[in-house]
Ligand binder design. Structure first.
Ligand code: ZN
Length: 688
C-alpha cells in the first residue's frame, strides 16, 4: 500500500513501524515520569567553543549530543524522537483511560480493548504461536503451483507480504482515477543490497540472517537439522527475488515505475503468477487495466516459480508468515525477532517497554480512532489557523523565489506558478474520521486483532480501485511527528503531532518558529519541484511542463547537489566507511536546501529592515539558523547509520544541517563566514 509517491520529512515514520508494537518487554521497568515539553531554542544545547563557520552542526548541537546518549531502547535519539516519545506518554494516558471498564464511547472501546489485549502478556504467552496455526495449515495443504498463488492471495489479504505486491495508486496519467498496481516485493531484509553485495558486512549479515531464520523455525517446533536447511532455502529464494528487484535510486524516476497494461497482458507477461485468478479472488472492484511497477521482476520471477520446488515455496511462505506476525506471539518469538531486526541490524540494546510497543501498535492499526482522541486532547482549532498563516507566508516566498530565478524561462515559470497555486494544504487531521466499526477487536486475542485490523486496511485500500481518487484520505495518523508531500495529489500534509515545540511554539519569536516548522513547510513545498516532483504537473499527472533548456538547467543544478552529498560520510566504523548516496537522497536534499531558503525569505519579509533586539545574544537571523540546526540534534548507532545509508532517502542530521548551510548566503551573512571556511561552499549548489 505504499504506492503513493510520498516524500516525508523524515524516514522511519515514528508511529507507524509495521507491527512494531507487538513485542514483549525484557525489562520490568515501569513507565517513568512524563517527559517535559521540548525547548524550541536551547542555548544549553550549543557548543560555543566551535566556530559556526567551521562546523555549524557541532556549534548548534554539540552539548546536546554530549549530554544525550542514545537510550538503550532506541537506535537513534534526537529531538524528533524526544517529541515522539512525549507523544507516546500522552497516548498511553488516553489508552489507559479507554481500556478501563465503565462508560466508554465506541471509539474508546475499540482502541481501549485493542490496547488491553496487547498488554495482556499472560494470554499472549499462553497462546504461543497458536494464532498462526490456521495460516500454517493452509500452507501445508497446498498441492499445486496454482494453489500456491491462491494461498499467496489469501496471505496478501491478511497483510503478509510475500513474492509480490498488489494494491492501488492514482493513475500517473490521470490522477483523478485510482487504478490497480502489481509490483516487485517479497524480500525480508531491508533492501536488495543486503542479498547481493559482497563486502564483509553484507556477508556477515546474511550469515546472521540464516541463523535467525533457523532459530525462528526451531521455535515453531522444527528439528534443528530441518530448520537449518529451511533457512538456507529461504535465503536462496529471496536472493533470486532480490536479483529481479529494481534498486531504490532507479525507482525514484517515475517513468521506471510506469507500465500501464491490460490485465490480460499482465497475466500473459508472467503466466506462472496466475494473475487472472489472483485478481478474480482479490476482493477488489473490477478493473481491466493496471500498472505493472516493474515488468522485469515478473518476467524473471516467472521462471523462478517454475524452477523452484513446491516444497521450497511452502517453506518461504511459512517464513513470511512467521516473520510478519512474530511480534504478536509469545516472548520467545518476540525476543528472537528483536535480537535480529533491532539489535543486530540497528544496534538497539534493549527492547522497548511493552506499553510503548502497544501504544505504537494501536496507532499503527487503529490510528485514525486513537488520533481522534489525541486531537481532542492536544490540538485546538487555533493550531490549524496559525499553521495555515505560516504556510501562506512561505507559499508567497516561493512565488517570489521563482520570479527571481535567473536560470528559468518565463514559459516554465508560468507553469511553476500554476503548480504552486494549486497545492492543497492539509493540516492537523482529516476532515472525516475513519470508521473502524467493522473491525472485530476482543480483549483476549491480540494477534487476531492485529490480523483483522490489517485485513481491514488492505481491503479499504483495494476498495479505492476503479474509483475517483480519494484526496481526503491521510497517509499518516495525527500523532505522527512527520510531514509529507504527495506528487499525484499535489498536496502538503502536516499531522498534529509535529505542530508543537520544538517545531512550533506560541511563546517563541518568528525567527525560531520559521527556522523549525517554517523549514518543514518549505521542505514539503519544494518536494513538488524536486527531481521527482518536477515531473508531475499541477493536477498531479506525469507530464513534462519544462522547456528542454530549463530542464537541462535544472538537471545541472541538481547534479551539483547530488555530488555534494555523495562526498559526505554516513558512517565509519570497524566494518569500513559508507558514504551517502547523493542520487538516492537528491529529492530530500533539494527539499532541505529549498525549504531553508524559502523559510528564511518569508522571515525576512516579516521582520524587514526594522532592527530587532538580539535575544540571548543572537540576532533573529542567527536564531533562525540555530533553531533549524537544533531540530536535527541527534545521536545514532553505527549499525543504524549503516542501515539508513542504504535505505533512507534522507541524509543524517549532521548533513541535513551542514550540507544545507554551506549553500546558504543568508547563513554566511548571519554568522560573518568568509570564503575558504568549511561552511562556505564554492561554488554553492542552489536549485531553488
Ligand atoms: Zn521530504
Amino acid at each position: 500500500m505504499r504506492f503513493h509517491s510520498c516524500c516525508c520529512f523524515l524516514f522511519a515514520l515514528l508511529f507507524s513501524a509495521f507491527f512494531c508494537a507487538a513485542q514483549t518487554a525484557n525489562s520490568g521497568t515501569q513507565p517513568s515520569e512524563f517527559p517535559k515539553e521540548i525547548p524550541s531554542f536551547d542555548v544549553t544545547a550549543m557548543d560555543q567553543s566551535v566556530d559556526p563557520c567551521v562546523d555549524f552542526y557541532q556549534y548548534a548541537c554539540g552539548t546536546w549530543m554530549k549530554n544525550n546518549p542514545i537510550p538503550p531502547d532506541k537506535a537513534r535519539w534526537g529531538r524528533f524522537n524526544q517529541l515522539a516519545e512525549r507523544n507516546l506518554y500522552i497516548l498511553r494516558d488516553i489508552l489507559e483511560q479507554a481500556q478501563a471498564p465503565g462508560k466508554r464511547t465506541p471509539i474508546q472501546q475499540k482502541v481501549g480493548d485493542y490496547y488491553a489485549a496487547c498488554m495482556d502478556e499472560t494470554i499472549v504467552e499462553k497462546r504461543g504461536a497458536e494464532p498462526l496455526t490456521p495460516t500454517m495449515d493452509q500452507i501445508a495443504a497446498v498441492k499445486t503451483k496454482e494453489e500456491l498463488i491462491q494461498q499467496i492471495g489469501v496471505m496478501h489479504r491478511d497483510g503478509i507480504p510475500a513474492l509480490f505486491t498488489f494494491g492501488q495508486m492514482p493513475d500517473m496519467h490521470d490522477s483523478r482515477q485510482t487504478i490497480a498496481v502489481v509490483d516487485q516485493g517479497g524480500l525480508t531484509l531491508p533492501d536488495r543490497d543486503y542479498y547481493l553485495k559482497d563486502d564483509a558486512k553484507s556477508v556477515e549479515t546474511r550469515q546472521k540472517y540464516v541463523e535467525h531464520i533457523e532459530k525462528m523455525f526451531e521455535l515453531m517446533g522444527d528439528k534443528p537439522d530441518a530448520a537449518a536447511a529451511e533457512a538456507k532455502t529461504v535465503l536462496a529464494i529471496e536472493t533470486s527475488l532480490a536479483k529481479a528487484t529494481m534498486d531504490r535510486t532507479a525507482r525514484r524516476d517515475p517513468k521506471n515505475r510506469d507500465h500501464m497494461m491490460q490485465s490480460g497482458a499482465a497475466a500473459t507477461l508472467a503466466p506462472n503468477f496466475e494473475l487472472t485468478e489472483y485478481f478474480a479472488e482479490s476482493n477488489a472492484p473490477k478493473f481491466t487495466s493496471l500498472n505493472v511497477g516493474n515488468p522485469d521482476f515478473f518476467k524473471q520471477v516467472n521462471e523462478q516459480i517454475a524452477s523452484t520446488s513446491l516444497d521450497d515455496w511452502k517453506i518461504y511462505l511459512r517464513w513470511r508468515t512467521l516473520d510478519t506476525y512474530a511480534p504478536t506471539l509469545s516472548r520467545a518469538f518476540v525476543d528472537e525477532d528483536f535480537r535480529f531486526n533491532d539489535e543486530y541490524l540497528s544496534g538497539q540494546k534493549e527492547i522497548e517497554a511493552r506499553w510503548k510497543r502497544c501504544v505504537r501498535s494501536t496507532d499503527h492499526n487503529l490510528g485514525m480512532a486513537l488520533g481522534q482522541l489525541y486531537v481532542d486532547k492536544t490540538f485546538g482549532p487555533e493550531g490549524k489557523e496559525r499553521t495555515l498563516k505560516m504556510v501562506h507566508a512561505i507559499e508567497a516566498a516561493m512565488h517570489e523565489d521563482i520570479t527571481d530565478l535567473t536560470w528559468m524561462s518565463d514559459t516554465t515559470k508560468q507553469k511553476a506558478y500554476e503548480k504552486l497555486n494549486t497545492i492543497v494544504n492539509n493540516i492537523g487531521y482529516p476532515d472525516q474520521w475513519r470508521d473502524y466499526s467493522t473491525v472485530v477487536v476482543t480483549r483476549d486475542d491480540y494477534a487476531g486483532n492485529v490480523m483483522r485490523a490489517t485485513a481491514f486496511e488492505v481491503q479499504r485500500q483495494r476498495n479505492k480501485i476503479s474509483k475517483p481518487t480519494d484526496r481526503k484520505d491521510w497517509g499518516m495518523t495525527p500523532p505522527t511527528v512527520n510531514a509529507y508531500y504527495r506528487g499525484s495529489m499535489n498536496d502538503i500534509n502536516f499531522p498534529a503531532g509535529i505542530l508543537q515545540p520544538p517545531f512550533y511554539s506560541n511563546n517563541m519569536d518568528d525567527a525560531v518558529n520559521y527556522g523549525a516548522i517554517g523549514v518543514v513547510i518549505g521542505h514539503e513545498l519544494t518536494h513538488g519541484f524536486d527531481d521527482q516532483g518536477r515531473k508531475f504537473d499541477a493536477d498531479g499527472n506525469l507530464k513534462d511542463w519544462w522547456t528542454p533548456e530549463d530542464a537541462k538547467a535544472f538537471e545541472e543544478r541538481a547534479s551539483c547537489t547530488a555530488d555534494e552529498y555523495s562526498s559526505f560520510v554516513a558512517v565509519k566504523d570497524d566494518k569500513g566507511e559508507v558514504k551517502l548516496n547523493g542520487r538516492l537522497t537528491l529529492g530530500e536534499n533539494t527539499a532541505d536546501n529549498g525549504g531553508l531558503k524559502l523559510a528564511y525569505l518569508a522571515l525576512t519579509n516579516i521582520i524587514g529592515n526594522t532592527p530587532v533586539k538580539p535575544i540571548d545574544g543572537f540576532t533573529p537571523q542567527q536564531r533562525f539558523f540555530i533553531s533549524y540546526g537544533q531540530i536535527w540534534c541527534q545521536n545514532v548507532t553505527d549499525q543504524e547509520a549503516r542501515r539508513l545509508a542504504i535505505i533512507d532517502p534522507h541524509s543524517p542530521g549532521r548533513w541535513r544541517v551542514n550540507g544545507v548551510v554551506q549553500n546558504s548566503a543568508g547563513f554566511q551573512q548571519a554568522f560573518g563566514c568568509k570564503a575558504g571556511q568549511p561552511m562556505v561552499r564554492e561554488p554553492a549548489c542552489r536549485v531553488w
